[in-house]
Design a binder for this molecule. Structure first.
Ligand code: 5AD
Ligand code: SF4
Length: 454
């Protein structure tokens, strides 16, 4: 009888990538994936520790999963990811129904741990941060029917921003060799993947032994030559390390999508200093100007934290001022939360929870209007869309522009995985609606011409 596994993934793309790879390892051991945890023999929760809210969500999900054991006693439950790395064995003490804890660098042990436990072994913690992680264990077939995929190019972070838990739970920066990355992408392309998003906490400091100073832009140049790959994206960039060389890629690397996620975090120099970000608002504005000079269409998105310890009303106004000046395409904004062991958690002059919530509301409303206005500017324009599948409502096709905006449009034929041209008709806060420009589409092999009935 086949065994089933269920993985609940929380947090960033890095976790999604890790969950995929654990899924591959399990499938290689004849496990089958299931969406329904009630039918699983193994339940894994891949957790995020970056903000307090994510941590609370993980614990409440764990509580619910442990509840399932009452009806299905032989199910094994494991916690992986950043909380697992940070908390280690204390999780086993706190949650008697939890069977094992696997840190961020020991994912490959999951199948072995499962076998051990089913044979009657004791509860296990594997959370050695000094191990080199597996990165990739390809198993053709898993990515089938997928148009886009993440590819980790580096792990860890050396920056130690004062609010951030990541360096403590993901370890120091380690880059993957270019050949390994190219091999993985080639395999993905063979399985039908058309777009890859390269992942790293700070891709700008990607280093390959053969090309020290220009590691990341040189990697992009190589990936641009992969036949069948249509689009390349990357995330995340750190403003202090964004080189002119990489900015130039938005002009020179044709498959690189015109979108950069460049977390600003705060518009106040005094807060940026206390966050240990290593740049000023002036430096950031200069980067935006250079990016837009190289490619006026480049979409810029950002992360912002409100209510950092010591943030005054005028600091917050400076954040709003940056949002107004730059007109980001979108931002992800968060209330500051203390993370155990970070420098900021020990800082004085904490902003009240009420103020944090109020500032978040103001910032989000401010940006919402900008996002909508920018989307409205696209009405009447022609955009290039990579078709990813059916829209949420199921009656339209959906895809994204190079600038990463969601476009839905009507078409009754199979265009999955093709680049098509769409004219934008309506703009909303989170998506655009368009109409296929008939008789013209760009396929994976170049231009595909055809007459389609709508
Ligand atoms: N509190 C609030 N937001 C945080 N982030 C990281 N750490 C914290 C924290 N302690 C946000 C940053 C980062 C994003 C992934 O999460 O904006 O860019
Ligand atoms: Fe965290 Fe700063 Fe590293 Fe980003 S660059 S992961 S915010 S420490």
């Amino acid at each position: 009888m086949s065994r089933h596994f269920h993985i609940a993934t929380m947090g960033c793309q890095m976790n999604e990538y890790d969950s995929d790879h654990v899924a591959q390892l399990l499938q290689a051991e004849d496990f089958k994936p299931t969406e329904d945890p009630r039918g699983a023999d193994l339940i894994l929760i891949n957790t995020c520790a970056v903000r307090e809210k994510a941590e609370q969500k993980a614990y409440s999900l764990l509580g619910r999963m442990i509840g399932l054991k009452k009806r299905r006693s032989r199910v094994l439950i494991g916690m992986m990811g950043c909380i697992a790395q940070q908390q280690g064995s204390s999780l086993l003490e706190r949650f008697p129904g939890l069977d094992f804890v696997i840190g961020t660098k020991e994912l490959e042990t999951v199948p072995r741990v499962f076998e051990n436990l089913t044979k009657g072994g004791g509860r296990i913690v594997a959370a050695d941060l000094t191990k080199l992680s597996i990165f990739s264990q390809s198993n053709p077939g898993y990515f089938k029917d997928r148009i886009k995929s993440f590819v980790t190019i580096m792990e860890g972070c050396d920056n130690f921003c004062s609010y951030c838990i990541v360096p403590y739970v993901r370890g120091r920066e380690v880059s993957r060799p270019p050949d390994e990355i190219i091999k993985e992408i080639n395999e993905l392309v063979e399985q039908g993947v058309k777009e890859v998003t390269l992942l790293g906490q700070n891709v700008n400091s990607y280093r390959s032994s053969e090309n020290q100073g220009k590691g990341f832009s040189s990697l992009l140049g190589k990936l641009n030559n992969i036949e069948g790959l249509l689009r390349i994206r990357f995330t995340t960039s750190h403003p202090k390390d964004l080189s002119d060389d990489l900015i130039g890629c938005f002009k020179d690397i044709e498959k690189l999508c015109p979108h950069i996620h460049l977390p600003l975090q705060s518009g106040s120099n005094h807060v940026l200093k206390s966050m240990k970000r290593g740049y000023t608002r002036e430096h950031y504005l200069n980067l935006v100007e250079k990016l837009r000079r190289v490619n006026p269409d480049v979409a810029i998105t950002s992360d912002m934290i409100v209510g950092f310890p010591g943030e005054t009303e005028s600091d917050f106004d400076l954040t709003l001022d940056m949002v107004k000046r730059i007109e980001f395409d979108n931002i992800y904004s968060f209330k500051y939360s203390d993370r155990e062991g970070t420098l900021a958690s020990g800082m004085e002059r904490k902003v009240s929870l009420q103020k944090r919530a109020e500032r978040l509301r103001i910032l989000q409303q401010f940006q919402k209007e900008i996002t909508l206005r920018k989307n409205q500017e696209l009405v009447g324009q022609e955009v290039e869309v990579l078709v990813e599948g059916k829209s949420k409502k199921g009656n339209e096709l959906t895809g994204r522009t190079g600038s990463n905006k969601v476009v839905n449009f009507c078409f009754n034929s199979e265009l999955l995985g093709n680049l098509v041209r769409v004219r934008i008709k309506n703009a909303y806060a989170n998506s655009l609606k368009g109409e296929l420009i008939h008789g013209f589409s760009i396929s994976s092999t170049g231009v595909l011409d055809g007459k389609w009935e709508n």
